[in-house]
Write a protein that binds this ligand. Structure first.
Ligand SMILES: [Zn+2]
Length: 256
């Protein structure tokens, strides 16, 4: 495994330094005339440390909301930015009521976890509810809606009949969540993106293209790693493929 340097910053300095950013990017700071060979040598000598640190940073970053948890800060929920209020309540960590999040001041140090746990719980309830409704109405049985930590894809349908969703779906508008549910439910019986598949999607949600396009506006929520995770793009699909007859895919998972 080799180290991929994201940026080399040359400035008027005496020594070369390598930094791993919070996102897991590798940034080299080098003197103006430092030969590339020397920089490469240094990277090679620190290879194992760099790869390990990068891995830890990425793992941490995936589950970090990068917030300050201050009064008045905004938090996305169902496509709308909601206010945060810090309250003096030792019992309830985090609650949500009529457009406002209430975070206990006693849980400020673990606020990030409080939010992610809350988002995950809401995502589980919300997605299951929508999936059940579409499943019954269009007679497409599925096993279970599972909420995952996934940051590379919004959702997928596994071969055993489970629907998987990233907890981040709870951040986007309700209609977009419905589209994601419909997209995966339609894969239960059609494990491809054929015109037959898209007809099934259209039957369940006639204006789905509108929400498929709207979903792209929320790409940034997932795309932090788009550039340095090679497998990301291969998992994506585009509307242009819609009416194309895609040949039967043997893969077990279909993702969006
Ligand atoms: Zn799909």
């Amino acid at each position: 495994m080799s180290v991929k340097v994201d940026q080399i910053k040359r400035t008027d300095r005496k020594t070369t330094e390598i930094e791993v950013s919070v996102e897991g990017h590798i940034i080299v700071r080098a003197p103006l005339n430092e030969p590339m060979e020397k920089i490469e040598e240094l990277i090679e000598s620190k290879k194992f440390w760099l790869l390990r640190t990068q891995q830890i940073s990425r793992a941490k970053y995936i589950n970090d909301l990068h917030k300050k948890y201050e009064e008045g800060e905004k938090f996305l929920y169902l496509g709308i930015e909601r206010d945060l209020k810090i309250v003096d309540n030792p019992e309830i960590k985090l609650t949500y009521h009529e457009g406002t999040f209430y975070l206990s001041k006693y849980y400020l140090k673990v606020a990030n976890k409080c939010f992610i746990d809350w988002y995950k719980d809401r995502a589980r309830e919300y997605v299951s509810d929508i999936a059940d409704r579409f499943s019954q109405r269009y007679n497409v049985p599925y096993k279970k809606a599972i909420i995952k930590d996934s940051f590379r894809q919004w959702a997928s349908c596994s071969g055993d009949g489970n629907l998987n969703f990233s907890w981040r779906v709870i951040l986007v508008p309700p209609e977009v969540i419905s589209y994601l549910v419909v997209h995966e439910l339609a894969h239960i019986n059609l494990r491809n993106h054929s015109s037959e598949y898209w007809n099934k999607v259209e039957q369940m949600m006639p204006d789905y293209i509108k929400y498929e396009n709207l979903l792209k506006e929320y790409d940034h929520i997932l795309s932090i790693f788009k550039n340095d995770m090679g497998s990301f793009d291969s998992g994506k699909e585009s509307t242009s493929k819609k009416k194309e007859n895609v040949k039967q895919n043997k893969q077990l998972e279909f993702e969006i």
